[in-house]
Design a protein around this ligand. Sequence first.
Ligand code: AHR
Length: 307
Amino acid sequence: GNKSASSDASSGGKDGKIIVGFSQVGAESEWRTANTKSIKDSAEADSQIELKFSDAQQKQENQIKAIRSFIAQKVDVIAFSPVVQTGFDTVLQEAKAANIPVILTDRAVDADPSLYKTMIGSDFVEEGRKAAKWMLDNVKTDKPVNIVELQGTVGSAPAIDRKAGFEEVIKDHANYKIIKSQTGDFTRAKGKEVMEAFLKSDGKNINVVYAHNDDMAIGAIQAIEEYGLKPGKDITIISIDGVKGAFEAMMDGKLNASIECNPLLGEQLMQAIKDVKAGKEVPKWIKTEEGIFDTTNAAKEFPNRKY
Ligand code: AHR
């Protein structure tokens, strides 16, 4: 079952259950909402697990506080989706000293791998490569292609990796250039705001928007419409996640493509928790399988979407 992090300070093993403290990034996107639901539902359905859930509201300091509180409560396992990639070494050492195994979900950290058991999540670099390859295949030209990039949260693994994967693929194609790149913090509101600024300075010259998630792309679509251009036609828009909102935008012809990033990690997380507690070896990276969707297959795929 689920419990809020602060309501119960008792420690592990009551009713033989595994007490898990989970620190979530926040509620910044449609993806994140689906991810939280998957984790809560899977915990609820698992009679062996009791979940204490804490929301970091996109702030690393909140997340470190939550992890410290889980250590003080002597939970059996700590799991978290790191807001950013660096700066977790000390708190991970503290968990290790307290003999509490740590499992990462969704996002990786830059820390000694012996400080966590496994990372369950996507290959974000590959997602960035897929976005760029889709662009090269679908925006075919020898003329200059001006790209604006809406980055995810500064310092987060998906922002760093999606940028790197995309740049790796376009670097051999000199006419494709990122002319502006700024963070939209993975939210619709910020995506819209940054796109408005890009349009103000480069409006007529922008050919492609590459957004690190669907929410920012949806924000950018609104900005483009308000500016008087046609999203998906005058400007090609490519994003990542594959949430329902993106499918709707693709079916409207306003979003051109969305690279899938699967948020439904709950079941794999519960399994990894039980395996770790049973002393089983788990792979260091439990990778998620993902597809690519665009205006050619969105309508057919829509009824099958689970998030
Ligand atoms: O870490 C995964 C990313 O975080 C998702 O792509 C984005 O939507 C979310 O906010």
